[in-house]
Design a protein around this ligand. Structure first.
Ligand code: GLN
Length: 452
């Protein structure tokens, strides 16, 4: 049924970069055989999933949305991919994304833009826009994404689905093509909170192959989603997120969600997190800095594209030609920003300063979580914007991540759940629920109580 749906709508949506049509039924039959042999698979055995094309898959191409990896077939599975295979999920294919996950609209993909199923002239969010569109358009029941600065929560919000950024280190980065290693976090997309909890539980847990993986028990996510009760919970409304620059319809749905929480027995208070105002600039120094270092591995020798290797040029010339041809404009912009921020003489003023801001943001969260169990905000300041509207204005594009980035810098858990449609345009609005590090279960508990 999902393959039929993909065949019917993906020509226009362009959620998928690669569909594994021939193998889907074979994968499903193999799961049947495993069950017949008495193997105990998880609750998602046989359920299809689509992977953001930034997770390596041993039997499918992996491009990260970039020309520089066109045609590359990884020799191994990412931990997320492998664990979901082991749990018996069937891989439908790989989804579109902003090149190397850099963007908020999926317009930076080298393979064309993905369209928002609610209004095909609008963006599906990004960078995991293929994964959000696939689930929103019923092309897949579940998908994976990565959230470095909001790239799961923001696309979930603007396509009317659930998207969760787990605690940093709670889901393995092994086999995830790196953008900013101290921020990159794999997470789930689903059409309801319980499904997202099932998916996250299926790939979570300590991974010795990722040195930043947390060696602790996975919080009881599915149990929390089933509990779906907020009575007595203390909820903080982040004072800094709202007001100017926020769409009226987004704020209206957000305030209704807060009233709903109150009517369900939560105790709502306003919380000030003054350092959150500096999260965006700090992120846009830290993330490009890490990217400039991570993307050095695309040197024309190890993977994918190689340009100008005709026997007359040096390795350095081939590398330069390949990177010039293989990387898109946003990736080049980030590499230049990051290289500058890390360079001698500027390091302390930019990168060092941004790291100090990061510490202040962590302290704001710590202080807040002494007073409340979760924090809430709109996920994004606006609903999905028209394709092309912010393409030439990086600053306007970056603002889409205003509310999501603090949780990336601090590493805590945060989810986006649908909270209705904006009056102006009838497009989905997301409610963000933020919880402390390893408090992922709280996101699911509160999310399940209020999701629309
Ligand atoms: N939009 C942000 C950026 O471009 C976040 C990306 C992400 O979370 N992968 O960096």
């Amino acid at each position: 049924a999902h393959l039929d749906r993909i065949a019917a709508v993906d020509g226009e949506i362009n959620a998928f970069l690669h569909v594994e049509a021939e193998s889907v039924l074979a994968q499903a039959r193999a799961v049947d055989e495993r069950l017949a042999r008495g193997e105990r698979l998880g609750p998602l055995a046989g359920v299809p999933v689509a992977h953001k094309d930034v997770f390596t898959t041993s039997d499918m191409p992996t491009t990260a949305g970039s020309k520089i990896l066109e045609g590359w077939r990884p020799p191994y599975d990412a931990t997320v991919t492998r664990r979901l295979r082991e749990a018996g999920l069937v891989i439908l294919g790989k989804t579109n994304l902003d090149e190397f996950a850099m963007g908020s609209s999926t317009e930076n993909s080298a393979y064309g833009v993905t369209r928002n199923p609610w209004d095909r002239s609008r963006i599906p969010g990004g960078s995991s826009g293929g994964s959000s569109a696939a689930v929103s358009a019923y092309e897949a029941p579940l998908s994976t994404g990565t959230d470095t600065g909001g790239s799961i929560r923001q696309p979930a919000a603007v396509t009317g689905i659930v998207g969760m950024k787990p605690t940093y280190g709670g889901s393995s980065r092994y086999g995830l093509i790196a953008f900013a290693s101290s921020l990159d976090t794999p997470g789930p997309f689903a059409r309801n909170v319980l499904d997202a909890a099932l998916l996250q539980e299926a790939f979570s847990g300590h991974d010795p192959l990722d040195s930043t993986s947390i060696d602790a028990a996975v919080p009881p996510l599915v149990e929390a989603a089933r509990q779906a009760d907020v009575a007595g919970l203390r909820v903080g409304v982040v004072k800094e997120f709202g007001g100017e620059g926020y769409q009226a319809g987004v704020l209206a749905r957000f305030h209704e969600a807060v009233e709903l929480l109150e009517s369900l027995g939560a105790k709502v208070v306003e919380i000030s997190c003054p350092s959150f105002a500096y999260a965006l600039p700090a992120y846009y120094l830290i993330a490009p800095s890490e990217c400039s270092s991570n993307l050095a591995r695309f040197d024309a020798m190890r993977y994918g594209l190689r340009v100008g290797d005709d026997g007359t040029r040096s390795a350095e010339e081939v590398m330069a030609l390949t990177r010039a041809a293989g990387f898109g404009p946003e990736v080049k912009r980030r590499i230049m920003l990051g290289t500058y921020a890390l360079s001698s003489g500027y390091y302390d003023a930019y990168y060092g300063q941004a790291q100090k801001v990061r510490t202040l943001i962590m302290r704001d969260f710590e202080a807040a979580f002494h007073q409340v169990d979760v924090l809430v905000s709109p996920t994004t300041p606006t609903t999905a914007f028209p394709i092309g509207e912010r393409a030439d204005d990086p600053m306007a594009m970056y603002l889409a991540d205003l509310c999501t980035i603090p949780s990336n810098l601090a590493g805590n858990a945060a989810i986006s759940v649908p909270c209705g449609l904006a009056d102006e345009d009838g497009l989905p609005v997301g409610l963000q629920i933020m919880a402390p590090v390893l408090g992922d279960d709280r996101c699911y508990r509160v999310g399940a109580a209020v999701e629309k």
